[in-house]
Every structure is written in C-alpha cells, then in structure tokens.
Design a protein around this ligand. Structure first.
Ligand code: SF4
Length: 331
C-alpha cells in the first residue's frame, strides 16, 4: 500500500485573546481547527477559501513556522512534530515553500546565485563550491533562467522571472513536498500559465507533491488533484478535484465557484458570495457558515455539522449537503 509523503491529523492552531481592551475574560481564535489530510508523491492538494479562512495558518503550522496547538504531522512516515535540532533541519530539506510575492520574498542584496545556493550551503549538501556552483547553474536552467544572469540581483528581473528564482531556490535541494502559497496571484495571467506549467513539469519529472494554496479556484481546478475547502479555520468540504468542482456538496463551495469571475450566458457577471466572513474572534454558533448560507434552517444555528464522507472520497460538513443542487433541479 502506498504511504503518504505527508500526513496531517487533527491539526489545531488556537490563539488566546482578550474579549475587549479592559476585559479579563479570555477567548480563543481557532485559526486552524481540526484539519486532517494526506498527500501522496506526485499529487497536488489544493487548499481554497477566502482570505482569513485559515489556509496560511494551516500551512505555517504544518511546516512548523508556527508551533501547532495540537495534532500530528507525519513526513515520510516520521513524526515531524516531535523533531528537534539536526533531525528537524534535515527533515525541513524535504519540505520547501514557494511564496506568494516574488517581489518581497527574495533578498534584494543577494545575487541569484547566492539566493539559489543558500539552501545547499545551509544543508551542507555539496562536497565543495564547484559542486554547489554546478547545481545552481543546472537548477537555473531547469526553471528557464539564463545561467549567465547568475550575478544579477532580483530587481533586474521581471515578476515571472523572480518567481522562477523562488522556484529554483525551493527545488534545488530536491524536496519531496513543495508548499506553494498563492504562487501566481501576483503575476499577469499570461505569466501565471507559464509558472503553473513549470510546476507541473517538475511534478511529472520528480514525483513532487504540492500543496497549492489559492483563493483563485480557476487556477486550483487546473492544477490540483484533490481539494480542501476551508471556512473560518475548518475544512468544510474535501474531494477529488474533478468531482468537487462538478458536484460541490457544501453551499460555501458552490458560492465560491459562483464567485469566480465569469459572464453568465446572458452577459451579466455571475453572482458573488454574499456578506463578509464573520470575525474568527467571535464565530457564529452551530454551522460557521449559517450567517451567510441561503439554505440555513433552524438546526444550522444550533448544531455544528460534522465532516462526513458522503460519496467515495468526497466529504462535506453540512446538515443539508447539495441543497443548492436540489433547488436548481426545481422547475
Ligand atoms: Fe448552510 Fe446549514 Fe449546511 Fe451550514 S449546515 S452550510 S447553514 S445548510
């Protein structure tokens, strides 16, 4: 049986806060609440949701940029959460990050060569400088950067080229998992496609596993094999990408899909998601989505729905899954 390269079980990240400036009463913000998933070699898991839904906190907790409050993380079968020192440093070489903003994520005082070779140096991955230089130039070529630009600085490159530098830095150590945090959202649409194609090529060639975080469902649909939909720190739907996009069960997923910019057949822009995301410091009772859900009934405000498997591999946390589909079927 195939083992997941990354397995996350019941991950939680809670932040204690004061309820008001003068209040002694404490509350917690559940920025990531009971998130579980598995990721296999050669697979892309998309994580979607509006800003503030907990995508970034989840990922930062997975890679332990912030320490989770609770939960287990298994990297290549090893308990990643309990690792320390050298063991943690070695494991982190297998888990890399590509950032959203290619403008601010690269050190402006370092040349491309220094930026790409830094992870090799930190990991002590090469026997000498000659080998390190060779790996840097090889990686630059692989991501479509002219190796003769190795001594240039980030500001001398376009946005797309800078993101290629970020990718080179992430893959130079040959990781198993790359976490892509909105990697194309700061780029022009024409450049986005090139970067996505580059990521897909590396996945094919190296069996890389990606976690792809995005608020852009169009991009996620294109790249992800499976998708997690998050709302206020919780997973509300999970499934194979094709199935989830064709038959979303959760009203929130349906609303997100309807919010993707497109024109309806009569030329009007499609309906957008109504209302604002409630404050995570004061979340609604029962189903967290009930304040915005057009299908909410009395029970929804009282009882939180569990994430249940309703079709093979397709899970949903809703008391009335697919309510929108039933409505669409009405004559
Ligand atoms: Fe809407 Fe109720 Fe389902 Fe929540 S549980 S998404 S409020 S129908």
């Amino acid at each position: 049986m195939r083992e997941p390269v990354l397995k996350v079980e019941h991950l939680k990240k809670y932040y204690p806060i004061r309820k008001g400036a003068f209040s002694r009463e404490k509350a917690v913000v559940r920025a990531c609440d009971d998130v579980s998933f598995e990721l296999y070699a050669g697979e892309t898991l998309g994580i979607v949701g509006e800003s503030g839904c907990g995508k970034t906190t989840t990922i930062q907790s997975v890679i332990r940029l912030i320490e989770p409050t609770d939960g287990r993380i298994w990297l290549n079968g090893q308990d990643f959460r309990t690792m320390k020192g050298e063991e943690l440093k070695r494991a982190r070489q297998k888990l890399k990050l590509i950032f959203q903003d290619p403008y601010s994520s690269l050190n402006p005082r370092m040349t491309v060569k220094e930026i790409v070779s830094e992870p090799l140096e930190i990991a002590g991955a090469c026997k000498d400088k000659a080998e390190r230089d060779r790996r840097v130039l090889e990686t630059m070529e692989q991501v479509g950067l002219d190796p003769s630009y190795q001594d240039r600085y980030p500001h001398e490159f376009s946005g797309g080229q800078r993101q290629r530098i970020g990718i080179a830095r992430a893959i130079v150590l040959r990781p198993d998992v790359v976490i892509c945090d909105e990697p194309v959202s700061a780029l022009d649409v024409s450049i986005q496609a090139k970067i996505i194609n580059l990521l897909r090529r590396f996945q094919r060639e190296r069996e890389l596993a990606y976690i792809f975080i995005s608020h852009d469902l169009g991009v996620v649909r294109h790249i992800a094999h499976r998708v997690l939909v998050m709302y206020l720190g919780c997973v509300v739907e999970e499934g194979e990408s094709r199935e989830l996009f064709a038959h979303p069960l959760h009203p929130y997923t349906r609303a997100l899909l309807d919010s993707v910019p497109r024109m309806d057949s009569d030329g009007r822009p499609a309906a957008a998601l109504q209302g604002d995301v409630p404050s995570p410091a004061d979340p609604p009772s029962g189903c967290l989505f009930h304040t915005r859900c057009p299908y909410a009934r009395e029970v929804c405000a009282k009882q939180a729905p569990e994430l249940r498997e309703l079709k093979s591999g397709h899970k949903c946390a809703c008391h009335f899954p697919g309510a929108h589909e039933k409505e669409e079927e009405q004559p």
